[in-house]
Design a protein around this ligand. Structure first.
Ligand code: SF4
Ligand code: SF4
Ligand code: SF4
Length: 275
């Protein structure tokens, strides 16, 4: 009884992913969806299990399992463009497959339940950025978050132009766009991290996906809450937060609230177990 209670969350996550896997497998008559969502569900459940067992690198394990799978297997081997350009492409084609399903689950409707869990545990861009030397931002947050709307519009415009121009071999173009897009994101992410001494600078200012993620995660069911009775206002949680979230404020409007990536660093480091 005690054990099943303790491991309720990984079992629940696994069950949720299996429900999605089986539903898509049967409705699309495609075994890929069963294997794909079962794998991702197992990787996330394993990460939560390791976290509950107090394994220090639990989140990184999930990041590598999911991120490498998506980048190397889906992106490079299966040649699926899972970036935002791929999402626009399939959307324009009117096809509810691959990138459109991925975006619906991980980045549009999923964040209503698990917020920006994608950013903390699965994104292959952040998987690399989190290896850089600035996990805790050394500088205050800059007021340049509007840049994300430019990259968002640019990605949409890029695919719209591809559609309107008489270009053949669109699948091949989208594959090379995936390679080029990732090269640009990694380069920009690494340069910004060193420039601002902040591993997550790219996430905060440039990433176009946050245009979907931020409003949806505002309503997230899964949130870090602060027990005001226990909190001694030491400020440690805010100092070590990679996304500059004011996690002691329980309001949905808390400062940078839609930036929380559920990395649990604040929870692990709170001296009062108030989070
Ligand atoms: S903000 Fe963008 S780059 Fe950063 S983790 Fe989220 S999806 Fe990935
Ligand atoms: S680290 Fe814990 S005790 Fe300190 S301010 Fe944050 S929630 Fe409160
Ligand atoms: S440290 Fe806490 S508030 Fe900051 S992103 Fe991680 S989980 Fe969210």
């Amino acid at each position: 009884m005690h054990l099943s209670k303790r491991y309720f969350l990984p079992i629940l996550i696994l069950a949720l992913f299996e429900a999605v896997a089986v539903t898509l497998w049967l409705s699309k008559d495609n075994l890929f969806y069963l294997l794909n969502f079962s794998y991702i569900g197992m990787a996330i459940a394993l990460g939560i299990f390791l976290y509950l067992r107090k394994y220090r690198h639990a989140r990184r394990v999930v990041q590598l399992l999911v991120g490498l799978y998506m980048l190397v297997y889906l992106g490079l081997i299966c040649r699926e463009n899972m970036q935002i350009e791929g999402f626009w492409y399939y959307l324009f084609c009117g096809v509810f497959e691959a990138a459109t399903i991925h975006y619906a689950v991980a980045k549009i409707f999923g964040p209503l339940i698990f917020g920006r869990g994608w950013c903390g545990y699965a994104c292959w861009t952040a998987m690399v950025l989190d290896f850089l030397p600035y996990p805790v931002p050394a500088q205050p947050r800059k007021n340049i978050g509007w840049l994300r709307y430019i990259t968002f519009a640019a990605s949409l415009l890029f695919v719209a132009v591809l559609f309107l121009a008489p270009i053949g071999h669109m699948q091949s173009v989208m594959f090379w766009a995936f390679i080029a897009g990732n090269a640009v994101y990694y380069t920009a992410g690494i340069v910004l991290a060193f420039l601002f001494e902040d591993n997550r600078a790219f996430c905060k200012y440039i990433c176009p996906i946050t245009v979907f993620l931020k409003p949806m995660s505002y309503f997230s069911l899964l949130r870090i809450r602060c027990d005001k009775e226990k909190c001694i206002s030491c400020g440690k949680c805010k100092r070590i937060c990679p996304m500059n979230v004011d996690v002691t404020d329980n309001s949905r409007k808390r400062k940078n609230g839609t930036e929380c990536i559920l990395c649990m660093e604040c929870v692990k480091n709170c001296p009062q177990n108030a989070l």
